[in-house]
Design a protein around this ligand. Structure first.
Ligand SMILES: NC(=O)c1ccc[n+]([C@@H]2O[C@H](COP(=O)([O-])OP(=O)(O)OC[C@H]3O[C@@H](n4cnc5c(N)ncnc54)[C@H](O)[C@@H]3O)[C@@H](O)[C@H]2O)c1
Length: 316
């Protein structure tokens, strides 16, 4: 029977990529997108599919919108979130509302309409910083900024619905995604666009913070596996296996675009800036047979090319 899938935050970066991924891989699925269209969401991202998806313009904190979108769905994948750490440092309120109240509303609707799988999209940031080695799913959470803390709260709420009501929740914790459709307030698009314009690339502190990078379609592939094969109540780490310092990443972009490294401009460090995030993804590899496929050199080339070809997208 045809499945119906709700993708919340489907007009943001990863959500948009996931909508296209699902459309292509499961052409018979009915797709519903619920999105508040904050500064980070663009409805035009999905213009090519506008006759093929049902779009609900609404807030995941709003019970009526959530129930309208969730009713009759087999699956819910929740990408909707406030996602910029700097904004959470300036004002945590929208993060508390969307990440906690909003996720609570989605879980209630999931329970009410007997949704078969609820995927909560989470982040490596919930573990906090690690000097050496990598975090496993069983390690304790130690979020160190308001964004990460709210995402950890969302996870705990989701897990509690599994424990209390047997709601079929699965959670993914992913490292930094890169690829098309990412808002230019984030580090990599900002670096690419600055380099394209010959403008300075701002880097926090000494630029030695380490992040792992996964091409967004690899993440979509992993989420698809967790959605269809993941064990309810379980958590899955997802990573690209490309740990880089912010400084090295900026240099890579400048070199790829033939711009001088003198465009790097160091700024005051972010408050509470985590030094290194690192995940162990043995579980998803062994249990679901997933592995990342896109080599960093290839993914970054495709990403830079996309920003070159879609100037009108990032200028709007
Ligand atoms: N981008 C990354 O590298 C990364 C890494 C790990 C986890 N994540 C998680 O993946 C998810 C998607 O991230 P992204 O980078 O695509 O984010 P994004 O900021 O690009 O998009 C977020 C989307 O959610 C929508 N939204 C925000 N608040 C909403 C609300 N209250 N109701 C309905 N819609 C709302 C926005 O309009 C936007 O379309 C988030 O949950 C984020 O925490 C992202």
């Amino acid at each position: 029977m045809t499945k119906r899938i709700l993708i919340t935050g489907g007009c943001g970066f990863i959500g948009t990529n996931f909508v296209y991924y699902i459309r292509q891989k499961y052409p018979d699925y009915k797709i519903v997108v619920l999105d508040k269209l904050t500064y980070a969401g663009k409805k035009e991202n999905l213009d090519m599919l506008k006759d093929q998806i049902e779009f609900v313009h609404g807030d995941i904190c709003d019970k009526t919108s959530v129930e309208k979108a969730t009713k009759d769905c087999d699956f819910v994948v929740n990408f909707a979130a406030e996602t910029h750490v700097d904004r959470s440092i300036d004002d945590s309120e929208p993060f508390v509302l969307t990440e906690v109240l909003g996720v609570g509303r989605l879980l209630e609707a999931t329970k009410k309409f007997n949704v078969k799988k609820f995927v909560q999209i989470s982040t490596d940031e919930v573990y906090g910083s690690i000097e050496k080695g990598s975090f496993k799913e069983t390690d304790i959470l130690n979020p160190r900024n308001p964004y990460a803390a709210c995402k950890a709260g969302a996870e705990l709420l989701a897990k509690s619905y599994f424990e209390t009501f047997n709601t079929p929740v699965v959670i993914t914790r992913t490292t930094n995604n890169y690829g098309p459709f990412q808002n230019q307030e984030k580090f990599l698009p900002k670096a690419i666009i600055s380099a394209l314009n010959g403008k300075p690339i701002p880097i926090y502190g000494n630029g030695e913070q380490v992040r792992d990078w996964i091409y967004v379609l690899d993440n979509c592939d992993a989420i698809d596996m967790v959605l269809h094969k993941g064990k309810p109540g379980d958590i899955y780490n997802i990573k690209g296996g490309n740990e880089k310092t912010n400084l090295d990443l900026a240099k890579h972009v400048l070199n790829a675009l033939g711009r001088p490294e003198s465009l790097i401009s160091f700024t005051n460090d972010r408050l509470g800036h985590d030094k290194r995030y690192s995940l162990d993804d043995t579980k998803i590899r062994n249990e679901l047979g997933w592995s990342s496929k896109v080599a960093f050199e290839d993914g970054i080339k495709r990403t830079i090319q996309w920003y070159k070809e879609n100037e009108s997208w990032w200028r709007s």
